[in-house]
Design a binder for this molecule. Structure first.
Ligand SMILES: Nc1ncnc2c1ncn2[C@@H]1O[C@H](COP(=O)(O)OP(=O)(O)OP(=O)(O)O)[C@@H](O)[C@H]1O
Ligand SMILES: [Mg+2]
Length: 298
């Protein structure tokens, strides 16, 4: 038996859903990418992932697959483990059980002597170039211009020439509608513009997967749509997207699969219609009855 199989078996045994968890509630498979998104890279498989901080278990055995080019939107109450799950996908958090693969390759670990060993920092950083991440608070370098923010990683991580990185950076800024602000510093940009620069930066290494953690929740309401529009465009581009958001209208319009998390588990997942209009689980129904306006159309 391979180590992955061994680990899967042991974590499966150790990781039975807690009492009261609906059968199969922690496993989810996102819908296949639609036919107009011909993509072969960016398959994400999260298998029985568990994570504790001290004595608190915040991921209790999460299983989720997102196919190449798929768009999974994760929703759920505060503290349910959404950010932690996203952070395990690029190994910003180590996992305590289970494992994650991207296109079949283990994230953050390698198998040696029949055991999983954490990769060396250099290899973790190399793996991370496959995964772009966009945070709530933009996290741009304040002392770099928009273009320099976007061009930095290709120069540092990929050894691109400055001229090449600049050309590509301008293309990416153009894609997010900000070519004319290339020389602006973050402080000279609105929150929506800063977030669009952050998205261009996340695209700069041509990642297989983009992770978004509440990309619009720090924005003034009138700036939310300009960022969502950019993500909408990305959703049709063939890059695999995993988005944590409270924007239910966006989830309804863009997701192939909506994943509802609560208390460290995936309670259920399905198409937007299934999850918003016809949830199987009472916990899902109760959550949406609190967060969705009565006028929300599905
Ligand atoms: N580094 C950490 N150390 C200790 N506890 C943590 C850490 N990060 C997260 N937690 C705890 O893990 C739980 C899940 O947190 P997480 O940030 O993943 O939730 P979330 O679903 O993203 O919530 P929100 O919607 O508020 O962003 C919370 O109880 C949180 O306090
Ligand atoms: Mg969070």
């Amino acid at each position: 038996m391979s180590i992955i199989a061994a680990r899967k078996e042991s974590t499966t045994t150790a990781g039975q859903p807690s009492a009261g968890t609906p059968a199969g509630a922690s496993a989810a498979t996102a819908q296949p990418a639609s036919a107009d998104k011909p993509t072969t890279r960016g398959q994400v498989d999260i298998t029985n992932v568990r994570k504790s901080f001290g004595a608190t278990e915040v991921l209790k055995g999460v299983t989720l697959s997102v196919p190449p080019g798929g768009v999974a939107v994760i929703v759920g109450p505060s503290g349910s483990g959404k950010s932690t799950l996203l952070r395990t996908i690029n190994h910003l958090e180590k996992v305590d059980g289970g494992y994650i693969t991207i296109d079949g390759e283990l994230v953050g670990y390698e198998v040696r002597g029949n055991k999983l060993h954490e990769l060396r920092e250099k290899d973790i950083l190399k793996q991370r170039t496959n995964i772009g991440m966009v945070f709530q608070n933009f996290n741009l370098f304040p002392h770099l211009t928009a273009l320099e923010n976007v061009a930095e990683a290709p120069i540092v991580a990929q050894g691109r020439s400055k001229a090449e990185a600049r050309k590509r950076g301008l293309e990416l800024l153009d894609r997010v509608g900000l070519k004319d602000r290339a020389d602006a510093y973050p402080r000279q940009l609105s929150g929506g513009q800063q977030q669009r620069v952050a998205i261009a930066r996340a695209l700069a290494l041509d990642p297989k997967i983009l992770l978004f953690d509440e990309p619009t929740s720090a924005l003034d309401p009138e700036l939310v749509n300009e960022v969502l529009d950019v993500i909408r465009e990305l959703a049709t581009s063939g890059t695999t997207l995993i988005v944590v958001t409270h924007e239910m209208g966006f989830a309804r319009d863009v997701a192939d699969t909506v994943v509802f998390m609560d208390d460290g588990l995936i309670v259920e997942s399905g198409t937007p219609h299934e999850i918003f209009s016809n949830p199987r689980e009472e916990r899902t129904r109760s959550f949406f009855s609190k967060v969705i306006e009565p006028a929300f159309n599905i």
